[in-house]
Write a protein that binds this ligand. Structure first.
Ligand code: DGY
Length: 420
């Protein structure tokens, strides 16, 4: 493990830009929102101070309405290095800071609290929690108010990229209604660095571009944008609940009232159970707010609520995790999509491959709900897969073979977090 730890540290040092960490030097040469949170969870074991700065640089790009953008563009990186770059999004909170206009899952307050705990004295000296608290509270407020498009207490995502699980089969139905921009109208940069069979298709990209351009052309205003895609996603909301619980702890530590945050966490969990729980499959499903109804695809997003303490349906979720669909203990890590599903593809991004951040959240859930042996086995499987794949972005759940980028930041960070 000493060698693996050293190799993981090398990846994170190599991806550090001076104020944050790029997920990959080739495929993703800027700062990504939920990547940064997972990276900070690992960085705290190398340098708590650097982990604080990672999160602070993201919080520093917060918009006036409270949203945390999904990408903060590195000013030194040329426009052509990534598509869609800053010239496409035409957004940012203030001059000099260019960002995208969509968001990613709210795992940040959870990460801030864990980073704080790694070195409370240093955090105190730097005023880390006191500065982070109002920003995190405003972020959650944005999600609770402007993003409650269904009106039932859950935040909606308005673009598949906001789920972080870009091309999950869960989005195929809602995306089918979106008129794709023809591939001749944009130039994908991801295919310069990754195999086409590992990535979303051109048709997916055409729809991603259409949705993002629409939102942009409405000034990223949630009230007036038409939102052809609007979905309630279980992982997104479970992470919001987990982060509200962390925010309660942060509030107490800075002398604010923790009670509203605890109450909100309870409300999100109640809405998750009410709106997205599917007893017949023992899994949380996504709800399409445009087409109406639950989306009957079984994505790993539906297992992520296991990470929420006290979840009433944890035993059912555990059974589902170990069953035929997700094969926990029998395949490598946790597949991103139903192994028995018609759209399962072991190599293509979020249509089957196993991801390390998700593995970490499921690991947390297993520990939380008394499945220590299963958690230990998953941990071993993740460490093995990371070592064998040179910190791949994701792995084939059936063979353990790496796909996507190597030297991927949250893979290395997760290894550090699991070893610590
Ligand atoms: C990408 O570029 O593939 C990202 O997932 C979008 O944020």
């Amino acid at each position: 493990l000493v060698g693996l730890r050293r190799a993981a540290a090398r990846v994170l040092l190599g991806n550090w830009t001076g104020s944050s960490t790029v997920p990959s030097r080739t495929l993703y040469p800027h700062q990504w929102s939920w990547d940064s949170a997972f990276v900070a969870l690992g960085l705290r074991h190398l340098s708590p101070r650097r982990a604080q700065r990672e999160l602070e640089s993201l919080l520093g790009a917060q918009w006036d309405d409270g949203r945390l953008p999904h990408i903060v563009f590195d000013a030194a990186t040329p426009e052509g290095a990534y598509f869609p770059g800053p010239d496409f999004w035409r957004a940012g909170p203030f001059p000099g800071v260019r960002t995208s206009g969509i968001v990613q899952p709210p795992v940040h307050a959870f990460a801030v609290w864990e980073v704080f705990r790694a070195d409370p004295a240093e955090a105190e000296r730097r005023g880390f929690l006191a500065r982070a608290y109002p920003r995190l509270a405003a972020w959650h407020r944005y999600l609770r108010t402007r993003r409650d498009l269904g009106g039932h207490g859950l935040a909606a995502i308005v673009h598949p990229w906001e789920s972080g699980m870009d091309n999950s089969p869960c989005w195929d139905g809602p995306l089918a209604r979106v008129d794709p921009v023809p591939p001749s109208r944009f130039r994908r940069r991801d295919l310069d660095h990754a195999a086409p069979g590992d990535r979303p298709t051109d048709l997916d990209y055409g729809r991603y571009v259409r949705l993002a351009a629409h939102y942009r052309d409405h000034g990223y205003d949630d009230a007036s944008a038409p939102h052809a895609f609007a979905v309630e996603d279980p992982a997104f909301n479970a992470l919001l609940a987990l982060s509200e619980l962390a925010l309660a702890r942060i509030a107490a530590a800075v002398g604010a009232d923790p009670a509203p945050h605890r109450r909100r966490a309870d409300e999100v969990v109640a809405a998750l159970l009410d709106r997205l729980w599917d007893a017949s499959s023992g899994l949380f499903l996504c709800r399409d707010l445009r087409g109406g109804g639950l989306i009957r695809e079984h994505g790993v997003t539906g297992l992520v609520p296991l990470a929420v303490p006290g979840l009433p349906v944890a035993a059912d979720l555990l059974r589902t995790a170990c069953g035929a669909r997700f094969g926990l203990g029998r395949v490598h890590m946790v597949p991103s999509y139903d192994l028995t599903g018609p759209a399962f593809d072991p190599a293509r991004y979020w249509r089957g491959p196993s991801w390390f951040n998700i593995g970490r959240l499921v690991h947390l859930g297993l520990l939380e709900h008394g499945a220590a042996e299963r958690a230990a086995a998953l941990r071993r499987s993740m460490l093995r897969a990371a070592a064998r794949s040179r910190f791949a972005e994701y792995v084939d759940p059936l063979t353990g073979e790496g796909h996507g980028a190597t030297g991927f930041a949250w893979t290395a960070a997760t290894v550090l977090d699991l070893i610590a």
